[in-house]
Design a protein around this ligand. Structure first.
Ligand code: PEP
Length: 252
């Protein structure tokens, strides 16, 4: 059976004090949910030591929001996958639309980051998704195809056995505009069918998350769709009660 996952993306939010309160509430609220699904928070780099000490031994995993495509070297300001391993990260988000748009990450660079993460034993959460302009011009499937193709060409379809895909329509991220469950399902099915054309087994087991203004009050209907296996949660992951409610919704 496919793994269900709810992962929070804190983005550039938080401080030691706020994180401590948030994580304490999450540990209490999520510990009772058992292990039918996986739960994770992707946090800013400086907080790994405190997040690790707070979450180890709990049913909440942690990860990074980005990773360098390089193993080591003169790359000022970058963080390698093996450095993330030093803090027992499980996941690394790659290709978030904010990275693609604000930092110019191309499909090729995202694919290299995906490979670097996997090489170090991390599970990449590969974000794909279209802008509003692309949706309006009916090129959503083409855009997503190209984003996936870069990864499949570099890493091969079997690499998806150790990866998660997050479909995140750019127009729904941080905007309060959620894709309807059917809009999201249509693209999730498109992604799964595209992978199935290369490997039915890999496609059947692939966890595909939806991300884009998932909230406590819309998570259940999104997660009820047959090809949606959980969510990548931005804003709502910063509010303990909301994130816990979304985590509960993935089990039902
Ligand atoms: C995200 O940043 O990946 C995201 C989905 O953000 P939000 O939930 O705030 O739209």
């Amino acid at each position: 059976m496919r793994k269900k996952l709810v992962a929070g993306n804190w983005k550039m939010h938080g401080n030691l004090q706020e994180n401590d309160a948030l994580l304490s509430a999450l540990v209490t609220g999520i510990s009772v949910l058992g292990n039918n699904a996986s739960y994770a928070v992707c946090v800013p780099y400086p907080y790994f030591p405190s997040v690790q000490s707070k979450l180890q031994g709990t049913n909440i995993e942690w990860g990074a929001q980005n990773v360098s495509q390089h193993e080591k070297g003169a790359f000022t300001g970058e963080v390698s996958a093996s450095m993330l391993n030093d803090f027992n990260c499980t996941y690394a988000i790659v290709g978030h639309s904010e990275r693609r748009m604000l930092y110019g990450e191309s499909n090729q660079v995202v694919a290299e980051k995906y490979v670097a993460a996997q090489k170090a034993g991390l599970v990449p959460i590969l974000c794909v998704g279209e802008t509003l302009e692309q949706r309006d011009s009916d090129t959503t499937e083409q855009v997503i195809d190209e984003q996936l193709k870069a990864v499949l060409t570099l890493a091969g379809v079997n690499s998806l056995a150790n990866a998660v895909i997050a479909y995140e329509p750019v127009w729904a991220i941080g905007t309060g505009k959620t894709a309807t469950p059917q809009q999201a399902q249509d693209i999730h099915r498109f992604i799964r069918q595209g992978i199935a054309a290369q490997s039915a087994e890999i496609a059947a087991e692939l966890t595909i998350l939806y991300g884009g203004s998932v909230k406590a009050n819309n998570a259940a209907e999104l997660f009820a769709m047959p090809d949606i296996d959980g969510g990548l949660i931005g804003g709502a992951s910063l509010v303990a009660d909301d994130f816990i409610a979304i985590c509960k919704a993935v089990r039902s």
